[in-house]
Design a protein around this ligand. Structure first.
Ligand code: XLS
Ligand code: NI
Ligand code: NI
Length: 435
């Protein structure tokens, strides 16, 4: 045991009336929601990078956090792992997620970096034998080191493409060894700053080949997890190739990977793309590629990926409504891709941030389930489209009718459509009864 979280108890469910800050008021892992345990619906994961590797810097100043494991040695990497697994236990977290660079020091070359990663993976594996926490996903950090400044798979230099592919392979091996449920690719610097130095056509071809190699390797090693792409429209590159769910789907279709790869949708990235989170979830569900979510909250004024902890229950309700409607997570889950504000220095801040986030998600899930079980929203939506159940309407979509048939039909029937109310406010009132 380290003494980092000294005095902080394991968090348990005490119910909405409790005044104990170190307790869940809404997240009750064993409570049944629509026939499934809440823990199995939400599948919470702790993000290693924000909670244990991020130092509190911003563009105007460096490190504010003072953690005993900061530094570049393997001993400190093991101490970091000790503290991480203590936090997983305190929160009862069923999952965690990590990048290679979060968990091991960079070596002087590829072989040394990989050896460091393998040692930490063995250290994790030993801890996981006695911990309930499993791996939701692993990923490669192909954006922090300067070698990746012009991209990884989309780099103009084939040496960087090779280095990136080799790194992904080692991270897939690590994820496979730890029984990960998914493997994530967020296109960190897969984009560009200016067209003046960029061959966009070639770069997207490179990205397509890299993703195909990832899928080929998954099958080669018998990894049963899901490969997930995480869309994001901007930051770090001005133009990111994986802009949003619809863009990623077009990319997957082009390379014939739409049945092999799904998406990991992040709340803050949806907002940066000018969408709502629920739009991105609904779009992915509609395209059959909804995989997992990165939960956080963006500051709506800043235009940055501020990665705050989620605390907006009405937003969470609409998000989990889409997840539940899509049948819930299979391999995916709810990963806290969220970091403390840089003034939140204390170990307890880290715990309380997650407690609040988990409660906000739990409230959202319960509200979403209540709206679904009530059924009025779905019934009213179905009613809006009820006209399509007629024979004539079906012919319009089946190919039986061409444009000139439509003209004949309209003339013969004397159709003169009357607009009907969309009832938005009535539906908003309905939702508000449950949140
Ligand atoms: C950054 C991304 C990153 C991915 C994992 O904006 O959200 O944290 O989730 O590489
Ligand atoms: Ni993310
Ligand atoms: Ni993000």
């Amino acid at each position: 045991m380290t003494d980092f979280f000294k005095g902080i108890p394991a968090i348990t469910y005490e119910g909405p009336e409790t005044s104990n800050e170190f307790a869940f008021r809404h997240y009750n892992p064993n409570e049944m929601v629509m026939g499934k345990r809440m823990e199995d619906h939400l599948r919470f994961a702790i993000a290693y990078w924000h909670s244990f590797a991020w130092q509190g810097g911003d563009p105007f100043g460096g490190q504010t956090f003072d953690r005993p494991w900061f530094g570049d040695t393997m001993d400190l990497a093991r101490l970091k792992a000790d503290v991480a697994f203590e936090m997983f236990d305190i929160l009862g977290a069923p999952f965690f997620c990590f990048h290679d660079a979060d968990v091991r020091p960079e070596g002087e070359d590829f072989a040394n970096s990989t050896r460091n990663l393998e040692e930490i993976v063995d250290y994790f594996a030993a801890k996981m034998e006695s911990s309930k926490t499993k791996l939701l996903w692993g990923t490669a950090n192909l954006f922090s080191h300067r070698r990746f400044m012009s991209g990884a798979a989309t780099n103009p230099d084939p040496d960087v493409f090779a280095y990136a592919g080799a790194t992904i392979k080692t991270c897939m091996d690590a994820t496979h060894k730890l029984g990960g449920a998914n493997y994530v690719l967020w296109g960190g610097r897969e984009g560009y700053e200016t067209l003046l130095n960029t061959d966009l056509t070639r770069e997207i071809e490179q990205a397509g080949r890299m993703l195909s190699m990832v899928v080929e390797y998954k099958h080669k090693i018998g990894f049963n997890g899901t490969i997930l792409i995480e869309p994001k429209p901007q930051e770090p590159a001005k133009h990111q190739y994986d802009y949003d769910v619809a863009t990623v789907y077009g990319f997957l279709k082009r390379f014939g990977l739409e049945n092999e790869v799904k998406v990991n949708i992040e709340q803050g990235h949806a907002i940066l793309a000018g969408h709502s989170f629920e739009h991105e979830l609904a779009m992915a569900a509609s395209l059959g590629i909804l995989g997992s979510i990165d939960i956080n909250r963006n500051d709506y004024q800043s235009g940055w990926d501020t990665d705050q902890f989620p605390n907006n229950v009405p937003e969470m309700a609409l998000a989990y409504y889409e997840v539940l409607k899509a049948g819930g997570f299979t391999t995916g889950g709810t990963n806290f891709d969220a970091k403390l504000r840089r003034q939140s220095l204390d170990p307890e801040d880290l715990i309380l941030a997650h407690v609040g986030g988990m409660d906000a998600c739990a409230r959202g899930l319960k509200a979403a389930a209540a709206i679904l079980e009530n059924g009025t929203l779905e019934a009213m939506r179905a009613e809006r489209y009820a006209g399509w159940n007629s024979d004539e309407a079906r012919k319009m979509l089946s190919g039986e009718y061409a444009l000139d048939d439509l003209e004949a039909y309209v003339r013969a029937s004397g159709l003169n459509p009357e607009p009907r109310s969309g009832k938005q406010e009535r539906l908003e009132n309905l939702v508000n009864r449950f949140v």
